[in-house]
Design a protein around this ligand. Structure first.
Ligand code: MG
Length: 306
């Protein structure tokens, strides 16, 4: 059933009431002026001037009275942790992760400290959102980053530990929070006595949720931490971290393939279900605990192949 909402003038509202008077229904919700029912749609007019058309073809009925408002584009939700524009060209730390949506392989988190004077060079080397780069390109750029001696910390949560934490009741959000936090702690320690102008976390949860996870483990947010979704498109430090995290994840997947002697696809898909089934067939299901995030639906789907 479709819906169309129009906003009409008071005058139109009374014209409508007149127009539909033979079809007006006795039951009217408290905030409505009238409800009318035509063969093709139900029309609810509100005192505010909003008119709701519902039914099989609400567009045709609504078109008699005006055109629907264009839905207002949802803006990027800003919160108090939104970074100032100046942060992107300053000496700052960025952090990002990889492997969270992949059934096989670890979660990797990287934090990198990029100085203002390195931003342009990193851009020139092709540092950008790792999602727009092939795995081969990521490998090359990761080497460039390391060659530039960009200070960074890379953490890897292997599957065994992941599955342990998960069965202990940790959400993936909490795991990511603690990984980002520890990566940032270690990096701040590493670059001492230098202080970054700020820290930008590629946002994966509301900052309040992040802080709650930290508090649950007795930790506190560092100073000058900002959160932003799609931060890797704005911050070279986050883009650098995203490449380092991705490169490490890609390497870990190659290691898994070499270990099991099977093709292990990334992500979660039909091919991944089949690969999981092949692993169980070859090694038994206990093997998945070492190489996969076993709470994913993939595990159940793999059983169906056997
Ligand atoms: Mg991210």
């Amino acid at each position: 059933m479709g819906q169309v909402v129009l906003t009409v003038a008071k005058k139109t509202l009374s014209e409508m009431k007149d127009y539909y008077k033979a079809q007006i229904k006795p039951d009217v919700p408290p905030s409505a002026l009238f409800v009318a029912k035509t063969p093709g749609s139900t029309i609810t007019a509100y005192r505010s001037g909003k008119v709701l058309f519902q039914g099989k073809n609400p567009e045709a009925e609504a078109a008699k009275w005006g055109s629907a408002e264009q839905p207002v584009k949802k803006k990027v939700k800003k919160h108090t942790y939104h970074p100032p524009q100046s942060l992107f060209s300053s000496s700052h730390i960025g952090s990002d992760e990889a492997g969270t949506g992949d059934y096989f392989g670890p979660i990797t988190v990287a934090a990198a400290y990029v100085k203002a004077e390195q931003v342009a060079l990193l851009k020139e080397l092709g540092v950008k959102d790792s999602k727009h780069l092939t795995d081969d390109k990521i490998r090359v750029i990761a080497k460039d980053i390391i060659h530039l001696e960009i200070p960074y910390i890379l953490l890897k949560l292997n599957n065994k530990k992941y599955n342990q934490l998960q069965s202990k009741g940790w959400s993936q959000g909490k795991m990511k929070t603690m990984l980002h936090h520890h990566a940032l702690e270690k990096l701040l320690e590493k670059i001492k006595p230098e202080h970054p102008d700020g820290i930008l976390v590629d946002q994966f949860s509301e900052p309040d949720v992040y802080k709650r996870h930290l508090a649950s483990e007795g930790n506190k947010l560092q100073e000058n931490v900002y959160f932003m979704t799609k931060a890797e498109s704005y911050s070279i430090a986050v883009a650098t971290a995203s490449i380092l995290a991705r490169a490490s994840f890609v390497k870990a997947m190659e290691d898994i393939e070499a270990d099991v002697g099977l093709t292990i696809p990334k992500g979660a898909s039909l091919q991944v279900d089949r690969a999981a089934a092949a692993v169980i067939k070859k090694y038994g299901k206990a093997k998945l605990d070492d190489i996969a995030k076993i709470h994913f639906a993939t595990t159940q789907k793999a059983y169906k192949y056997l």
